[in-house]
Design a binder for this molecule. Structure first.
Ligand SMILES: [Zn+2]
Length: 64
């Protein structure tokens, strides 16, 4: 995994957390990363990697 710079504390982290995704990015990389410590301080956005949201809306599977 690549090293990213935290968007808040400007510290390099080996475990970057996606905190924002710019859809209108024309320069290619429009993703903002944060270190695990700063990630909770960012406002919640639509995170495609947050499986917990899907699990919340997903109806419980009852057997087969
Ligand atoms: Zn940080």
């Amino acid at each position: 995994m690549s090293v990213q710079v935290c968007a808040r504390c400007q510290t390099t982290t080996r475990q970057p957390v996606v905190v924002a995704i710019e859809h209108s990015a024309s320069a290619g990389a429009g993703t903002a990363y944060a270190c695990p410590d700063c990630a909770p301080t960012f406002p919640r956005q639509r995170d495609p990697f947050d499986a917990s949201l899907l699990a919340h809306h997903r109806p419980a599977e009852r057997g087969r």
